[in-house]
Design a protein around this ligand. Sequence first.
Ligand code: NAP
Length: 308
Amino acid sequence: MIRIFFSAPGWAEYQPFLPAALKAAGIEAEIVTEAPEPASIDYILYAPSSLLQDFAPFTRAKAVMSLWAGVERIVGNQSLTQPLTRMVDHGLTESMVEYVTGHVLRHHLGMDRHILNPGHIWDPTCPPLARQRPVTFLGNGELGLACARALQALNFPVKTWGRSEKSIEGIASHHGPEGLAPALAGAQIVVTLLPNTPQTHDILSAQTLALTAPGAVIINPGRGPLIDDQALLAALDSGQISHATLDVFRIEPLPQDHPFWAHPRVTITPHIAADTRAMTASDVVAENIRRSEAGLPLLHLVDRNRGY
Ligand code: NAP
């Protein structure tokens, strides 16, 4: 019998799924939501909103499994010496694909013109076809690539950019610092799905925002620090960027006095692009514990040096 410490909010959502998923994976487990005896715990399920900060007393723990995809709030924790995994789950990915596709189509089709039409203006201008609307993804990992493929299937010409070189069928793929300019050149819609690391901070700056097509749209469901807020506001005011749809911010909830709230061409969604779904995430956790118990390598391991 192994002992799992569920150190995250939302146990009620996992209760119908996690014990069943563990059982189906052949794992006999006791799940606790408090750990008065840390040395008795075999696995820790973790979310950043958990109060747990000191992992040192968990001397028996074989892994800490983040229920979130982004791990910037735990990856630098010096007391964490156990292997750290992050959440890669098809429910989360589906959710991000739906969010990104929906917001891209909103801007591509110019839906606001017809939804918000107080003057009842009859303007029969048709939008271009998707094949005429270049989209660039900064980040071509689990989420960026899944979204890129969904847009590719709708005929959008898609480019992606990542850290390492990749060959992706049907998608122009750039990498490294020198690949950023060609990735952004001509983009009419830019979607940022990078992790929050020192290397990705302000990746959208005055300099890089100027590389997109004039009037481009920014969609950021990645992390707030990817964008220099002041540079984005200036680019919105100059018209270089026509709209920004932002799901994530440097401070969350976004403070009421932040200029994004009042800006007419900023859409704010409250970090809802892709939530971990207990229904599907439970299977991912169970499979990883099964692998660990069988002596197999853990899936979705975080590279502490890279920070994601
Ligand atoms: P992932 O699979 O780790 O992909 C990360 C991507 O970023 C990879 O393509 C990686 O390149 C690239 N990258 C990292 N550092 C880079 C750098 N310095 N220069 C260029 N490219 C770099 O992560 P994911 O699962 O797709 O998730 C991406 C992010 O989405 C998460 O970290 C999280 O912050 C965010 N997220 C947001 C929500 C939400 O609700 N808003 C939900 C889930 C996740 P390589 O592949 O070459 O390493």
